[in-house]
Design a protein around this ligand. Structure first.
Ligand SMILES: Cc1cc2nc3c(=O)[nH]c(=O)nc-3n(C[C@H](O)[C@H](O)[C@H](O)COP(=O)(O)OP(=O)(O)OC[C@H]3O[C@@H](n4cnc5c(N)ncnc54)[C@H](O)[C@@H]3O)c2cc1C
Length: 246
């Protein structure tokens, strides 16, 4: 095996997964189709607004929030109405628990700081019966997106220096490899090198092929606006059509 875990995509989700895995003693190969200068993906460009529920910043501003209200807002937005929405529903519950629980302390421990004024993004219908956040929950980070990426990039680079993690840029995963129904790795194309600046389009000219095997594969190839084809390629039929709700 090439590593315990193959992480596909070196955006914020991939960086966080890789950092957490290596700090728990796992070996990781972190693969991304873009060149190194794009490390951090969309999060580098983002405003860095973080969803927290019932935070000290909200309370200081007089915003009354709770896990129950946040969950009601989420369900009002997602409108889960199919049997196959079971996992998205469970994920929503777990995420709201995190946002109302350890998330703020977890981020602060890792060096992410918060601006004392909470914004009101994705407001939706302004009340708690429809879609959107019925109260302000958009916690802006000091330094915005780049400052959210930085602590996780530092940890990933430290893991690379210590030999627990290998970075593979310009490696595009085209397929998730399975053996008897078990995921065993990934396969794809090595793309030609690119010195395009961060955010600029890069070529898709393949100059080789690669295959990596691991005990587990984490697909973090982007959420909304990200690479859905890769997710679809390994999506079990039993879960119905993958759907993103925003
Ligand atoms: C301008 C802007 C502002 C935003 N502001 C906010 C905000 O304030 N608050 C907030 O919560 N969110 C915000 N977002 C959204 C947030 O930044 C993204 O949801 C988040 O960064 C996504 O992270 P990710 O790691 O899941 O995906 P991405 O950052 O998209 O990373 C996916 C990575 O996977 C790689 N990849 C894709 N396919 C393959 C493949 N087949 N093989 C190998 N690699 C592959 C890509 O090259 C990329 O590096 C904003 C986004 C933008 C663009």
């Amino acid at each position: 095996m090439d590593a315990d875990v193959i992480v596909v995509g070196a955006g914020l989700a991939g960086l966080v997964a890789a950092a957490e895995l290596t700090e728990r003693g796992r070996s990781v190969v972190l693969v991304d189709q873009e060149p190194e200068q794009n490390l951090g993906g969309q999060a580098f460009w983002s405003f860095g607004g973080i969803f927290l529920v019932d935070s000290p910043e909200q309370r200081r501003m007089g915003v009354r929030d709770s896990r129950e209200l946040a969950l009601q807002d989420w369900f009002g937005t997602a409108a889960f109405d199919r049997d196959t929405d079971e996992w998205p529903r469970r994920w929503a519950e777990a995420y709201v628990d995190f946002a109302a629980g350890e998330k703020r302390a977890w981020l602060r421990e890792r060096g992410v700081g918060f601006f004392p004024i909470v914004g009101w993004a994705e407001r939706g219908g302004y009340d708690a019966t429809g879609h959107g956040n019925s109260v302000p929950r958009f916690h802006v980070t000091w330094g915005t997106g780049p400052a959210v990426v930085a602590p996780f990039e530092r940890r990933v680079r430290a893991a690379a220096e210590s030999g627990r993690l290998a970075l593979r840029f310009r490696h595009r995963v085209d397929e998730i490899v399975t053996d008897g129904g078990t995921v065993t790795g990934v396969r794809g194309a090595v793309l030609e090198p690119s010195d395009a600046p961060r955010g600029a389009a890069t070529s898709r000219v393949a100059v080789g092929e690669f295959e990596l095997s691991g005990q587990a594969v984490v697909v973090s190839s982007g959420g909304i606006g990200g690479n859905h084809d890769l997710v679809r390629s390994a999506w079990p039929d039993s879960l119905g059509t993958p759907r993103t709700r925003c």
